[in-house]
Design a protein around this ligand. Structure first.
Ligand SMILES: Cc1cc2nc3c(=O)[nH]c(=O)nc-3n(C[C@H](O)[C@H](O)[C@H](O)COP(=O)(O)O)c2cc1C
Length: 140
């Protein structure tokens, strides 16, 4: 998923496939040992397109998943909803990550938005570090 707007250079660097939301239906997730699902948080939930995508998935066996999100509050607990949905689909949820994201929803627009510049360099470094650790655990 492209939640952190990683460039192709980053993708090649770490050898993973990153898939924007709009192409996700072209991917056969069976070919991956570890799949990350990322989204902004809207009303305490992931974006409805991710929810719909996960709802439409078949049941998986022996596949690991992780969840990541950005939100105004940056709370890890926002990931719980998607983690549960993935567990219901048979994924072994190996971890999750969250950080703050820029929010200019409604009245916040008037003050130039909240969390300007987030996710920032540090957030992205933490996210990449998190993904690397999971990947090395998954391939051990
Ligand atoms: C309609 C709407 C609802 C939101 N609800 C929440 C929320 O419940 N909790 C929160 O912390 N942030 C909330 N946010 C902030 C977003 O999660 C945050 O801006 C996120 O980084 C957006 O990701 P995106 O840039 O991929 O859309 C909301 C934003 C919008 C536009």
């Amino acid at each position: 998923m492209d939640k952190f707007n990683l460039r192709p250079r980053d993708v090649n660097l770490y050898g993973e496939d990153i898939c924007p939301n709009s192409y996700v239906f072209n991917y056969n997730l069976e070919q991956y040992d570890l799949v990350g699902f990322g989204s902004g948080v809207y009303g305490g939930r992931p974006h409805k397109s991710i929810d719909k995508f996960v709802f439409g998935l078949p049941r998986f066996r022996g596949r690991k998943a992780f969840v990541f999100s950005t939100s105004w509050r940056g709370k890890l607990s926002y990931n719980k909803y998607l983690k549960n949905k993935l567990t219901d689909k048979g994924f072994d949820v190996a971890g999750d990550f969250s950080c703050k994201g820029f929010n200019c929803f409604g009245p916040f627009k008037l003050i130039g938005g909240l969390n300007k510049g987030r996710p920032n360099k540090e957030d992205i470094e933490k996210a990449v570090d998190f993904a690397r650790k999971l990947k090395s655990q998954a391939t051990q």
